[in-house]
Ligand binder design. Structure first.
Ligand code: ADP
Length: 624
């Protein structure tokens, strides 16, 4: 260990030893020099001590040196000269110690900076090692350096993995070996480096070659590296294989174009929306049906395609479904109204499918236009075998006219018999009595036959026992209203629905009750044809215990006073084309369901038809 790094007492001992040596030497030569230069050797001792043992130890040695110096000069003739020598010695010693101190501090700082330089070098080594690991670990990326001439100088493990060359093979090689031959022929390797040198950085997607000769699509980035003075030091290259990524992008694109071709070809109008109700795609058939182009609608809310009140409520419908999972239309299909770009509305059959994507669900709506009546019938027939209610109304017409024809015969016969009997009784002759009796028998028979025919009509209408099921009333009303209101909006009729969710479910033959609603809605629309205000409301309310009430109200002229009494009797009509059967069928159906039907004048003008149905809630309570 160097003396300077030893403890202070050790260094003081060394300094004192030097003073002792100086004293001995001075003593040895004393008889020669005889009291001369008493302090000289001690000054040398202090100098040596401050070099060898440090300034502090030297300072401590000054005091014994002074005493010894005085000893060697002072015991003879002490005079002014000796004091001057002693003072000079002290000054010299102080100068030596100060000098030693500052050189000592300098040495300390040098040592310190040497230490921190070593520390920094070690830290730099660790950093370099970590960076090397990071670069080597960069999966799918080749990271390497080139010199200004384009030869490889540093090569990482990732580059080895990606390109197949190992470090020993590749260091010093010209980077053009990574290019396909046609690119080399056209001078691309040098061009790329020149562009990087000019612009600082050059990015491209291009084909590159592996050691085994296979090619891959690479994302290449070349950065020029420069010395502080601006001269070119080399290039850093980062290359990644994007063949796989490009292939999946291609697959995605082809899927998209596949979807697009489906969308342009599906005969049905199709709309795809996200979970916010925003339109993602809109098929060619939908463009035709609604009058919007896809570009106008992308990103718009699908509620644009609906009239009120669905327009305002649609966001809630989606939210409710997403929150509760309760399907009211998805996978079920419904008949609802849609609105074209020009504001006109039309009934449509809407079926919705749900695709649960990775992040968000998507909804696909298939739309069938039900505008044309004939199409409506076809669609509904195939979709729900329940259509009968439309056909039944017309079948009823045919049936009724056949029956009217059949009724004509017995009634004519009755009239003939009765007239003959009346004539015979004008001139009573007892001989005619058997004939009169026979004629009256036949009259009775014909009357019974007529009654029988009428009963058959009733049986047909009521279809014997009704087949009741539990139905949601708002849904049932909605569907019936779409059919009943066909063409109504075009005639300026504004429908309004006020359906109480508590007035549901009901126990009914759905088709028959929808027939009642369709009849009432059609009558209301016909009644308002010439009215200035044309408002049609359909309402539902809980009624007296166990029943719900449905009201169809219009702002027409009200029911003709002459027929108000027999309104629900068959063949009561004020219309030239009217059969007068609608309301009588309604009554038959409602009563067969255990309900009542009646008419009330509407406050403020118009008519209200009320009917009641058995609530399925009450039914359950009673059963329980
Ligand atoms: P039709 O419609 O074939 O005449 P209905 O039994 O359905 O047969 O109606 C009988 C009559 O009742 C109609 O001719 C009409 O005069 C009257 N009526 C029905 N509904 C209304 C209404 N909402 N407003 C005014 N009158 C009505």
């Amino acid at each position: 260990m160097p003396l300077m790094e030893r403890s202070l007492p050790a260094r003081v001992l060394v300094a004192l030893a030097l003073v002792v040596v100086a004293a001995l030497v001075r003593n040895l030569f004393d008889f020669w020099i005889d009291g001369q230069a008493a302090f000289l050797l001690f000054a040398l001792a202090i100098l040596s001590a401050s070099i060898l043992a440090g300034p502090l130890a030297a300072a401590i040695a000054v005091f014994p040196s002074l005493l010894l110096g005085i000893y060697f000069s002072g015991f003879r003739e002490t005079g002014a000269v000796d004091f001057v020598e002693a003072a000079l010695f002290l000054l010299t010693a102080a100068g030596i110690i100060l000098l030693a101190r500052s050189s000592h501090g300098l040495k300390g700082r040098i040592r310190e900076s040497e230490g921190s330089a070593a520390r920094r070098a070690a830290e730099a080594d660790v950093l370099a090692e970590e960076l090397g690991l990071l670069i080597d670990g960069a999966e799918g990326h080749a990271i390497y350096l080139l010199d200004p001439e384009g030869r490889v100088t540093i090569w990482n493990k990732g580059a080895e993995r990606l390109k197949g060359w190992c470090e020993e093979d590749v260091i010093g090689l010209d980077a053009s070996v990574f290019y396909p031959s046609d690119a080399i022929a056209s001078g691309k390797p040098a061009d790329d480096l020149a562009r990087a040198a000019r612009d600082g950085r050059f990015d491209t997607e291009d084909w590159r070659v592996r050691k085994d000769g296979s090619e891959f699509l690479a994302d290449v980035s070349i950065t020029a590296l420069r010395h502080p003075d601006g001269s070119l030091r080399g290039f850093a290259k980062v290359v990644s294989d994007i063949t796989g990524r490009r292939a999946s992008e291609e697959a995605l694109r082809s899927q998209e174009s596949h979807l697009r071709s489906i969308l342009s070809a599906v005969p049905d109008a199709m709309v795809v929306i996200d979970d916010q109700g925003l339109i993602l795609s809109f098929s060619a058939a939908a463009e035709q049906l609604f009058g919007y182009s896809e570009a106008e609608l992308l990103g718009a809310n699908v509620s644009m395609l609906m009239p009120s009140p669905d327009r305002e409520r649609h966001d809630n419908y989606i939210r409710r479904y997403l929150e509760t999972g309760e399907k009211r239309i998805i996978g079920i299909g419904r008949v609802v109204f849609a609105q074209r770009k020009d504001g006109s509305t039309f009934p449509m059959e809407l079926s919705i499918g749900e695709a649960t994507g990775e992040a968000h669900p998507l909804f696909t709506g298939f739309i069938r236009d039900l505008t044309e009546r004939q199409k409506t019938e076809e669609q509904l027939e195939s979709l729900q075998s329940e259509l009968i209610h439309v056909t039944r109304v017309s079948a009823m017409g045919t049936m009724a006219s056949t029956l009217a024809h059949e009724l004509n015969q017995p009634l004519t016969a009755v009239a003939n018999y009765v007239e003959a009997v009346r004539d015979m009784l004008a001139r009573p002759d007892p001989g005619d009595f058997p004939m009169i009796r026979d004629a009256l028998d036949d009259t009775a028979k014909e009357a019974l036959r007529a009654g029988h025919i009428v009963r058959r009509l009733r049986d047909f209408v009521a279809r014997g026992e009704v087949e009741k099921t539990i139905e949601k009333l708002p849904l049932l009303i909605n569907e019936a209203a779409v059919l009943g209101l066909m063409g109504a909006r075009e005639k300026g009729i504004a429908p309004r629905f006020d359906l109480d969710p508590y007035a549901s479910p009901v126990l009914v033959d759905k088709i028959q009750i929808q027939q009642v609603l369709i009849n009432l809605i059609r009558n209301a629309c016909e009644a308002m044809a010439a009215s200035p205000v044309r408002e049609l409301s359909v309402m539902s309310r809980p009624d007296e215990r166990g029943f719900v009430r449905v009201i169809v109200a219009d702002t027409g002229p009200g029911v003709d006073a002459q027929i108000a009494e027999q309104l629900f009797t068959a063949f009561t009509s004020t219309k030239s084309e009217g059969m007068g059967l609608g309301l009588s069928i309604c009554r038959t159906i409602v009563e067969a369901h255990g309900g009542r039907i009646w008419m009330e004048p509407r406050e403020g003008g118009g008519t209200e038809f009320h009917f009641t149905l058995v609530s399925a809630k009450a039914e359950e309570r009673d059963d329980g």
